[in-house]
Design a protein around this ligand. Structure first.
Ligand code: SF4
Ligand code: SF4
Length: 384
């Protein structure tokens, strides 16, 4: 009998068998695929679509895909896309209206599900981000109908991390580099020194069903140990990163701290950080109609708290300065989210740092305030 969290062995060249087994269970597979040299989360036909032997080199404001040699399937840790793109698309029609006599008919359009998705290659930070989105979009009395239609059938095939990127800080966020829960299958890829294999462990009944069809043998104690050591080395590699837990009280009390103004001198208010962030969910609604007045449409589009018009209510913007908008974003992730949900709103994926054109680092900025909490205040504008 297959037990949850039992470690199985899969040879490196046999990953396509696992992907085929997932597809055979009726899932559409999403994974990284190279598009113009960049890893983009896409629907794939089979494992042959996945990039191999590549790594992502990331720093503040920089991202590059490089050849690593070897045949690792999951050398690329993260791309700019997060998986929210599939479950909460950047642009989707929610409602369609059509005139009928003197009235009109309304047709809900959102989240027509099709076959469920399997996300292959999700990192622990992104698994944690999925749990954050679930809290916001499924928890409470008003679940998001579109997200709720796509989410339940999702199969998570996650990969624990052994080589964090230069901007990763999931360990400080308590969201990696290993996995405790939230997955159907958890993989560890061990590659190098003449070895290439996976350990695979099921975390749900659906994961166990897929494993059962593959007829895999148990991983040896040595193989499971090598996988664990690799995760531990990733944790050690991130040990020097600034912490972000426990900053909620100081950030909540730092409304008028002058450091927000200092960040605003660098921040372009471009909103890149919010677009790539796996836990950001802000959106806008846009209505349009045909010129003949017979049809209309309501669409949801991603938006950003960095856009001035995002805080436009009652004839004015409540966050008119860039400093107020940066403060809102950073405080929401690291302080207000904690108050509302009991967890950080940041999972330490580091995308916002790499894809910020000027390399602003949320953990460093928050710590700049935490380390100087009593500087004289200055009003940066806005109410929140
Ligand atoms: S705030 Fe930045 S590091 Fe944190 S989850 Fe969002 S993109 Fe990742
Ligand atoms: S922090 Fe960076 S990515 Fe975010 S809005 Fe400012 S400049 Fe753009």
């Amino acid at each position: 009998m297959i037990r949850e969290h039992q470690h199985f062995f899969l040879a490196g060249e046999e990953l396509p068998r696992l992907v085929e087994a997932v597809a055979a269970h009726g899932y559409r597979i999403a994974a990284h695929k190279l598009v113009d040299g960049n890893p983009v989360l896409s629907r794939i036909a089979d494992a042959g679509d996945m990039p191999r032997g590549l790594v992502d080199a990331r720093g503040p404001g920089t991202y590059e895909v490089r050849h690593a040699g070897g045949g690792a399937w999951f050398g690329i840790t993260l791309g700019q896309d997060s998986w929210k793109r599939v479950l909460l698309p950047p642009d989707e029609e929610l409602l369609a209206f059509s005139r009928q006599g003197k009235g009109f008919a309304v047709e809900p359009r959102s989240g027509q599900p099709g076959a469920p998705w399997a996300f292959v290659g999700m990192r622990p930070c992104d698994v944690a981000a999925l749990a954050r989105l679930d809290q916001v979009l499924l928890g409470g009395p008003y679940p998001d109908a579109s997200y709720a239609r796509r989410r339940p059938g999702l199969l998570v095939v996650a990969v624990e991390c052994s080589a964090p990127g230069g901007t990763c800080f999931c360990a400080a966020a308590g969201a990696g580099p290993g996995l405790d829960d939230g997955y159907d299958l958890a993989l560890n890829e061990v590659e190098g020194e003449g070895r290439h294999f996976f350990t695979v462990r099921p975390g749900s009944s659906r994961g166990r069903e897929i494993i059962a069809g593959l007829d895999l043998g148990a991983a040896s104690v040595e193989q499971a140990g090598l996988a664990r050591e690799a995760v531990e080395s990733a944790r050690i590699a991130m040990a020097a990163k600034p912490g972000i837990a426990g900053l909620a009280p100081v950030l909540s009390a730092a409304h008028d701290h002058p450091h927000w103004q200092e960040v605003a001198l660098r921040c372009l208010a471009c909103g890149n950080c919010t677009m790539v962030c796996p836990t950001c969910f802000c959106h806008d609604l846009a209505d349009s109609e045909t010129l003949d007045g017979l049809h209309a449409s309501r669409r949801r589009r991603w938006s950003s708290c960095f856009m001035e018009e995002f805080s436009y209510i009652h004839g004015g913007c409540i966050r008119s300065s860039v400093a107020a908008r940066y403060r809102q974003w950073c405080s929401h992730k690291l302080a207000h989210w904690v108050k509302q949900f009991g967890v950080l709103g940041c999972v330490g994926c580091g995308r916002c740092v790499s894809f910020c054109p000027v390399g602003i680092d949320i953990a460093e900025e928050a710590n700049a305030i935490a380390n100087n909490p009593n500087l004289p205040g200055s009003n940066v504008g806005g109410t929140k």
